[in-house]
Write a protein that binds this ligand. Structure first.
Ligand SMILES: Nc1ncnc2c1ncn2[C@@H]1O[C@H](COP(=O)(O)OP(=O)(O)OP(=O)(O)O)[C@@H](O)[C@H]1O
Ligand SMILES: [Mg+2]
Length: 274
């Protein structure tokens, strides 16, 4: 099957605002609920988290080998347990940064065109070469911010840089909201960045619990407020409408669900980062 792929970069400027969390959950929602074929690419090669968030630690080939010219990008694609969701992880190893040329990212991402409905690029924080490469490889961009001035300043810088490069801005995702009156309001943010706020995801402990269970929160707890907001965001991106599940399907899905097992920390991980 040939797809008219959309390549969507997820960026923020400031770090730790929820890019990877949102990329994973958006991908999971688009695949499971809206039946899209999705590839998620970890474009944060210097501080890769995507695989870790999904419990995928060991993979023979990663984006690093692609960016150092050793293999084609189609050799670094892995199926995730949600049908329709595939991952291109980056390596955890510092050694695997040798020879990596992020300027080559766009060339490799373009070869994925036609292989998925939506290709999501998980961006690095800051304004370094990795982020520039992610913006250049994207056709559309989602800006993630929290409702506070320092984060927003970085989002504005990010938007300015992206405007010069020319990718289409889809809007702002306001993450970790609900902290009280001292937060910026969505309309203030819209005025400052001159982009619409298309989603507001609350700060929710369940997101962190999902992370500990190495599962997207929409899978870990589909009934949480954060999960519902992510579903709405996915519907917006897919151009579809989203109706939250009724009580009956919620109760039956609760009993169907396998409870995630608490796993012991894998200390071999330490050797992967050398
Ligand atoms: N809505 C939320 N509610 C509660 N915690 C959240 C929420 N979104 C993200 N987090 C938590 O915030 C932390 C940072 O999230 P994440 O790694 O996704 O940010 P990031 O922008 O990708 O970071 P980096 O810039 O380092 O790549 C994680 O521990 C994550 O679980
Ligand atoms: Mg991240």
């Amino acid at each position: 099957m040939f797809f008219l792929s959309r390549i969507i970069g997820v960026i923020s400027g400031k770090g730790g605002v929820g890019k990877t969390t949102i990329v994973i959950n958006l991908g999971a929602a688009l695949a499971s609920k809206f039946k899209k074929d999705v590839i998620i690419v970890d474009c944060n090669v210097t501080a890769s988290h995507l695989g870790l968030y999904l419990g995928m630690y060991y993979y023979p080939v990663s984006l690093n080998q692609v960016l150092s010219g050793e293999v084609r990008i189609d050799k670094a694609i892995y199926n995730y347990s949600i049908p329709g969701m595939r991952i291109i992880p980056a390596s955890l190893s510092l050694n695997d940064l040798k020879g990596v040329d992020v300027a080559e990212l766009k060339k490799h991402i373009k070869t994925l065109f036609g292989t998925a409905d939506i290709i999501l690029l998980d961006g690095a924080p800051g304004f370094g070469r990795e982020v520039m490469a992610t913006i250049q490889a994207s056709d559309e961009l989602l800006f993630i911010t929290t409702p506070f001035i320092p984060t927003l300043i970085d989002t504005m810088k990010c938007f300015n840089v992206a405007s010069e490069i020319g990718a289409k801005p889809l809007g702002i995702v306001l993450n970790m909201t609900g902290e009280g009156r001292h937060e910026l309001f969505p309309n203030e943010i819209e005025q400052l960045v001159e982009l619409p706020v298309i989603s507001q995801i609350p700060r929710d402990k369940i997101v962190v619990k999902g992370l500990a269970a190495k599962l997207p929160v929409i899978d870990y707890n589909p009934r949480s407020k954060a999960s519902k907001e992510i579903m709405k965001l996915a519907a917006h991106i897919a151009g579809e409408t989203y109706k939250p599940q009724g009580l009956f399907s919620r109760v039956s899905s609760f009993f169907r669900r396998e409870k995630p097992r608490r796993e012991l920390l894998d200390f071999k991980l330490k050797s992967l980062t050398k």
